[in-house]
Design a protein. Structure first.
Ligand SMILES: [Zn+2]
Length: 224
C-alpha cells in the first residue's frame, strides 16, 4: 500500500489515506464486480501466476501462454505481447483526448498497476481540472482494466481464441454500453435536483460523443 500511495501522489497529485482507498472501492461510480475484483487484487487473491503452481495439473497456467513469463497483473495489463492489449490502452487514451473538455489541461496519465491499486480512493481533482474529470479517469481506467481481465480469463481459463481486433471491438462495445447505462441511471433519479446534477456531470464527461433521444442517449461513432 505504501508504494501505491506513493505512485498516486507522484502521478495524480492526490494523497488518499489507506482507509480512503479501501472505502473508495464502494463508490457508486465503481461497478460492484469491479470493486470485488479490486478487493481481490489488493489482497493478492486473484488466481494468477504463482497461485497455479500449487494446483496439480494446472501448474502450466502460472505462465503466460504467449510470452512464457510468470503471469502477474502487471504482465496482463501492461507487458504481455498479446495483440490487442496495447492497442486497447492506445484507444483508451484517444477516447480520453477526444472527449475530455480542454484535453490539453487534462493530459492523459498513463496508468500502472501500482496506480490502479489505489484508484478507488481518488476523489479530488489533483492533476485534473475537476473532481468530475478525475472520476471520469478512474472509471475509464478501471473499466478498461476490467475488460482486459475478463478477456484474459476467457482466453486462459475458457481457452477461447480472441484476436486483437475482437479485443478492441469488445472494449469499445462495453465502454459505450457503460456510458449509456450511466446516463440511463441518472435519468431514473427521483429527485429532480439530483437528476439534473447527474446529467450535467455526464454531459461534462462524455457530452462530445453522446446523442440524446427521448429519455435515452446513444453513444455516437467516435474515431478512436
Ligand atoms: Zn504474455
Amino acid at each position: 500500500m505504501k508504494e501505491t500511495k506513493k505512485e498516486i501522489g507522484e502521478t495524480l497529485k492526490v494523497y488518499p489515506t489507506e482507509t480512503a482507498i479501501w472505502k473508495g472501492l464502494k463508490s457508486p461510480h465503481i461497478q460492484r464486480n469491479i470493486s470485488d475484483f479490486m478487493w481481490k487484487l489488493l489482497h493478492g487473491r486473484l488466481k494468477i501466476g504463482m497461485f497455479w503452481k500449487q494446483i496439480p495439473k494446472y501448474e502450466e497456467r502460472a505462465h503466460c501462454k504467449k510470452c512464457g513469463h510468470i503471469e502477474t497483473m502487471d504482465h496482463i495489463l501492461f507487458v504481455c505481447e498479446k495483440e490487442g492489449r496495447e492497442e486497447i490502452w492506445n484507444e483508451t487514451e484517444k477516447l480520453w483526448n477526444e472527449t475530455t473538455p480542454e484535453a490539453e489541461k487534462n493530459e492523459w496519465v498513463h496508468p500502472s498497476t501500482m496506480l490502479i491499486r489505489g484508484l478507488g480512493g481518488i476523489k479530488k481533482a489533483g492533476v485534473f481540472e475537476s473532481k468530475e474529470i478525475t472520476e471520469k479517469y478512474v472509471k475509464l481506467v478501471l473499466e478498461t482494466v476490467w475488460i482486459l481481465w475478463k478477456l484474459r480469463n476467457e482466453m486462459v481459463i475458457g481457452e477461447k481464441k480472441i484476436d486483437g481486433r475482437q479485443m478492441r471491438e469488445r472494449w469499445r462495445k462495453e465502454i459505450n454500453h457503460i456510458i449509456e447505462t450511466t446516463y440511463a441511471r441518472a435519468l431514473k433519479q427521483k429527485s429532480k435536483d439530483k437528476r439534473m446534477k447527474e446529467i450535467e456531470k455526464i454531459n461534462g464527461q462524455w457530452g462530445k460523443i453522446i446523442e440524446k433521444g427521448k429519455g435515452k442517449i446513444e453513444v455516437k461513432e467516435w474515431k478512436g
